[in-house]
Design a binder for this molecule. Structure first.
Ligand code: ADP
Ligand code: MN
Ligand code: MN
Ligand code: MN
Length: 338
């Protein structure tokens, strides 16, 4: 009888962004669905989620993923953190703040740097590599270095085996910088997949003595920062839409500008400067096919009578996708649907 290894993973209570945590539970039965899995617990006093005198926090499984990097009997169990009653979401549980809506679709574009010995993979020991230009979608040792593509490809395969709906991957503008895109239907699924994809990437990199840098602007100067563009649509936006509704929606996004920035990832002022395909952090704008706008409106959206999806370009690579998706849906909910 095989033993099944279930890696329960969750987000800790660190600010301004949580870290991933995980521990293994052995089971003698293979889990068929997340509903088969029991609640579990952990010591919240070690994760900034409880005081030592009353340290128990509860893990509530919410999604199940095959973990082929470990072996064929292994799974990742993504969890929400609950209070000891098992029913009340812990204050750090941001997934619980996302409105449930099957008709909402998200596509998140996660950018990041791969780091070794304190610098991005492929950077010289001293100083900087030659200027940006050829690295984006580049090919060749001098552009992508030696081991980066192997990591990126392995990560893609692990995510696909886990059932994560990757849409694509690419080398990014700065040397050592990469991106993957994930698309999911349902208001929580894309954010779930991003957290599991981050977990798989960080853990895979352990073997290469490589770390993943999610900070949005690890290098000042003429080096691109890292974002996590948030593409979104609701059923109403896809099927009804219309110019009046779109303009009302953009007014709501403008009115809530600061509330959005507050959850779009730390240090975003370093990245949203108005340069490097960004709008500056204190402005809100939308524009058709405009990569210098806060919200980019695809050509297809306008051509299709203002129906389809929109891209909020402000969320950064270190942002918590739960908080980002929750905020986008909150603002959308403020706008009446005629
Ligand atoms: P970029 O040029 O910014 O990289 P892409 O066109 O490559 O933009 O990516 C747009 C993203 O939008 C895709 O990755 C996809 O996940 C997402 N997307 C496409 N259609 C929808 C939709 N209807 N609702 C939400 N997201 C969508
Ligand atoms: Mn992209
Ligand atoms: Mn990109
Ligand atoms: Mn984009």
């Amino acid at each position: 009888m095989p033993k099944y290894k279930l890696e329960y993973i969750w987000l800790d209570g660190y600010q301004p962004v949580p870290n991933l945590r995980g521990k293994t539970r052995l089971a003698s039965e293979e889990p068929k669905s997340v509903d088969d899995l029991p609640l579990w617990g952990f010591d919240g006093s070690s994760t900034q989620q409880a005081e030592g005198s009353s340290s128990d926090c509860v893990l509530k499984p919410v999604a199940l993923y095959p973990d082929v990097d470990r072996d064929e009997n292994s799974f990742i169990v993504l969890c929400e953190v609950m209070m000891p009653d098992g029913e009340t979401p812990h204050p750090s549980n941001m997934r619980a703040t996302i409105m449930d809506d099957e008709g909402t679709w998200f596509g998140l574009e996660q950018e990041y740097f791969l780091m070794q010995d304190g610098r991005p993979l492929g950077w010289p020991e001293d100083g900087f590599p030659s200027p940006q230009g050829p690295y984006y979608t580049g090919v060749g040792y001098k552009y992508v270095g030696d081991v980066a593509r192997e990591i990126v490809d392995k990560h893609l395969d692990l995510c696909l085996a886990a059932g994560i709906n990757h849409e694509g991957i690419n080398a990014e503008v700065a040397k050592g910088q990469w991106e993957f895109q994930i698309f999911e239907k349902g208001s929580k699924n894309c954010a779930d997949d991003i957290w599991v994809a981050r977990y798989l990437l960080i853990r895979l990199c352990e073997k290469y003595c490589v770390d993943v840098e999610f900070h949005c602007k690890p290098y000042q100067g003429d080096w691109n920062g890292s974002g996590m563009h948030c593409n979104f649509s609701t059923e109403y936006l896809r099927t009804k839409g219309g110019k009046d509704y779109f303009l009302a929606l953009m007014d709501a996004f403008e009115k809530n500008k600061d509330e959005h920035i507050a959850v779009y990832g730390p240090d975003n002022h370093l990245r949203l400067t108005g340069l490097h395909e960004t709008q500056s952090i204190d402005k809100f704008s939308w524009g058709v096919a405009d990569r210098g706008a806060s919200i980019r409106v695809p050509h297809s959206f306008v051509k299709n009578d203002y129906k389809g999806y929109l891209e909020d370009r402000r969320p950064n690579s270190q942002g918590d996708p739960y908080q980002i998706c929750a905020r986008v849906l909150k603002t959308i909910a403020e706008v009446p649907q005629p």
